[in-house]
Design a protein around this ligand. Structure first.
Ligand code: ATP
Ligand code: MG
Length: 231
């Protein structure tokens, strides 16, 4: 059991293939991510970026070697603990039918309303929510057409902020936003990151720029590892 989690991640000789006969998709990877580091993962299509973060999100287990969180092998961690400490924000902000409050409180349905509002404020979503006709009670499906891609992204950030995981995994949306929305999303992202460990599959240059570290992945290996300035 892992109660307090710092968010230190370590891949040790981690190898992965999707099927026993299939090709090796990640090659004996050694990668240490200290707690609190923001890591941007970049590389061409098919390089293995999504596979890398999906191992951490426990969609799959490593085929050989190990992957640990605070020194604990993920395979020994209960799914409940894993879920509490590691959260993935998906590419297309996933909103379900329900109010904005319900969407933000997805992982914590019993969260008091003031925590929901505090999370929205923290990522910069509160202002536009208050401008909606029914505020936090607005049904996102009925008004869905009125929520922009950037606003949906901010709601998913508020959801992640409220869940407060030690490790955040983000597959950045490729769809382009207009400049004001992109700036809002970028600010929201920075506030969401805080002191958490984060692995971001980054498509925006502005995201690479705020990372502590950039990993270039190619053909299942990390081929470059350095600060944004170095790369
Ligand atoms: P993109 O930028 O296009 O999202 P990526 O870097 O995320 O690419 P991955 O999705 O990790 O790449 O894919 C790495 C390799 O694993 C590719 O050769 C891909 O075809 C293969 N692959 C991905 N998912 C599966 C799967 N479910 N089953 C079998 N092979 C897969
Ligand atoms: Mg991918």
């Amino acid at each position: 059991r892992l109660d307090a989690c710092r968010g230190e991640v370590e891949f040790s000789q981690a190898e992965f293939r999707y099927t026993p006969e299939g090709p090796v998709v990640l090659h004996q990877m050694d990668l240490h991510i200290p707690a609190g580091q923001t890591v941007a993962v970049v590389g061409r299509t098919g390089a293995g970026k999504s596979t890398l973060v999906k191992l951490l999100a426990r969609f799959y287990d490593v085929t050989s070697g190990s992957l640990t969180l605070d020194g604990v092998d993920l395979r020994k961690l209960s799914l409940e603990d894993h879920h509490r400490h590691v959260a993935m924000v998906t590419q297309e902000a996933f909103l379900f039918s329900g109010t904005i409050t319900e969407n933000i409180a997805l992982g914590r349905p019993d969260a008091p309303q003031e925590d929901v509002i505090a999370a929205a404020q923290a990522v910069g979503a509160h202002e536009f929510i208050m401008d909606l006709p029914e505020g936090y009670d607005t049904d996102v499906n009925k008004r869905g057409g009125r929520l922009s891609a950037g606003q949906r992204q901010l709601i998913s950030f508020a959801r992640a902020f409220l869940a407060d995981p030690a490790v955040l995994i983000l597959d950045e949306a490729t769809s382009s936003l207009d400049l004001p929305s992109e700036q809002l999303v970028q600010q929201g992202l920075q506030r969401l990151l805080g002191n958490r460990t984060a692995l971001i599959i980054a498509h925006r240059l502005s995201t690479v720029a705020i990372a502590d570290r950039v990993l270039v992945v190619d053909e299942g290996s990390v081929v470059e590892d350095g600060s944004p300035e170095e790369l």
